[in-house]
Design a binder for this molecule. Sequence first.
Ligand code: PEP
Length: 259
Amino acid sequence: MNPSARKPARKPVIAGNWKMYKTIAETESFFAEIRPLVAGSAHCDIVIAPPFTLLRRAVEAAEGSGISISAQNLHWESEGAWTGEVSAAMIRDAGCRSTLIGHSERRQLFGETDEGVSKKIRAALDAGLQAIVCVGESLAEREAGDTEKVLERQLSGGLAGLTGQDFSRIIMAYEPVWAIGTGRTATPEIAQQAHNFIRSRLGQAGPPEAAGRMRILYGGSVKPGNIQGLMAQPDIDGALVGGASLEAKSFAAIVNFRA
Ligand code: PEP
């Protein structure tokens, strides 16, 4: 298939993951600064994922800007005795349109499993949220030659039982753990290879046309200086950005990668 004929059909997504950063005042300043910088950026979907305490304020501050707000995590139950947890319905109620699921920090530091990822995807989709599902191998796994095995396991475990319609509300994010917060970006070629593998596996797990339409984002030390090379790859449809999403100017420069 000709990549240049295929790529325009998938609208790019540039998403920022704020992790555990920012106060309400800093959130207000961020949106005041970024709004004019992305006012003409209709070429891509723009998403910001702040911590839970900032979600409602971020939704209000982003209103009318074209930026949608995402949570970073959720619990799979709709309500109940789950101290410290937040449900998909609550996230939706705060005005969010999506949630990250299975970020490597959740997997590595908080024991998130593929089974948990699968339950969270179901809960998010059932509540009307889009799911931004993260997969990726560690450095040891890459060095052992296990990258595809790990991606395969995360995809088959996490996406088990989903329909073609479910696929249309999922965005995948390939985030090699060794590239997150390390300044060590995967080369565009390495990222493309993994994205291509993910797309081919998605095509086996669900309807091939749904896999062809799914946006697959790259994440791992994306900066204004490397976004163009990544976006030139046929299977890279956007970016999930950590550190560089905290500054309005650098995040806007990534959003405006075509300029
Ligand atoms: C992330 O947190 O998802 C991420 C990719 O972080 P960074 O861009 O800082 O590597």
